[in-house]
Design a protein around this ligand. Sequence first.
Ligand code: KE4
Length: 427
Amino acid sequence: MRSYKTSQALFERAQHHIPGGVNSPVRAFKSVGGHPLFIKRAKGAYLYDEDGNRYIDYINSWGPMILGHAHPPVVQAIQAKAADSTSFGAPTELEIEMAELIKKMVPNVDLIRMVNSGTEACMSAIRLARGFTGRNKIIKFEGCYHGHADAFLVKAGSGLATLDIQSVPGVQSYVAQDTITVPYNNLEEVQKVVRQYGKEIAAIIIEPVGGNMGCIPPAPGFLQGLRELCTQQGIIFILDEVITGFRLTRGGAQELYRIEADLVTYGKIIGGGMPVGAFGGKKEIMERIAPLGNVYQAGTLSGNPIAMIAGYTLLNELNNTPDLYTALNEKSKLLCEGLSEILKRKGIAHTINQVGSMLSVHFGAGVVRDFESAKACDGELFNRFFHHLLQRGVYLPPSAFESWFISNALSVDDIHQTLAAVEEFEA
Ligand code: KE4
């Protein structure tokens, strides 16, 4: 049996100083039970906790570590850059190079603004859409999570689903009433809402692949249907690619699904593990952002040299790793096929959703295509599955309402070790 003594003691101590002992709720193991592990270091596909236990990592910092932890070129670039100071609060050539690199990799971005988190990116994109259209309402999808800005904390996924927080104290009612939520993959419902509120709607914001209710792929034609609706009604179509950006392909979901956003948001991978987000899109919309326009958005540390060099180096590594996305997709497929074969043989009803190197396992019969069907799955069984694997050195996201993320540091042997641990699971 693994010892967790140090993590337990650290969690005890942390709770005296930090709300819930964590700096982000979903890390707290609240829904899976037990206490969080305190991580000492990580390298490649592995995490090492404070008790010296090693884990195969399927969280990868919730997405950023697509090439594995402590990827040498990223670490070396940060170390070198830090020697020249960590922040100036003034423009740098590196920020131009970063914007030029992103524009080379993703479609439909004429101008891009760097911020410090996915939340900031999505919050700013919504403000810009409202400022550009002069309209107030937004449509988001149940179970999607776009960060913790007030407008998004309505029937959201990720930590809110994990903790079953359906309405958040402090979010004023007038804010919530301008956020209309509809079920994911339900185009008819969106069409109904647009018929009712048409010219009041500033934006539709969506995760092109749901990543915060488990992994939920878009139904065929769903994204295209939203695109057409937005074009017809003058609604700004915002793709939240904080998870999918640079993960599904170099060009993200826009490239994979050949879908054109008006605005797109990024985070996670774009910072290489440092706090970075970004929002960008069509020139006619983005030029409304201050100081060019009057839609104000700002940030002391936006585009700071350490975050930029980390993200810039990682994005270049993505471009210079031959057949990266083929490798990531093959590893994901190998894991999913193995999981399905074992769970089927054990007679455990399940669904596995996978898009590229993001995936999730849902316990229960039937297709999981939206928040309702994700919530209808057997959460208690997931929790037992989570701890069974954790005990055997496999670290899943501590919630059924999250995606697993594959890094390219994961080896076939790691996948076999994971499957061997699943083999011992008894429902
Ligand atoms: P951040 O503000 O946490 O950088 O990004 C918010 C965000 C925006 N959009 C999408 C699609 C996201 O998934 C996120 C954040 N993802 C969660 C996990 N699914 C972050 C983990 C956490 O909250 O600790």
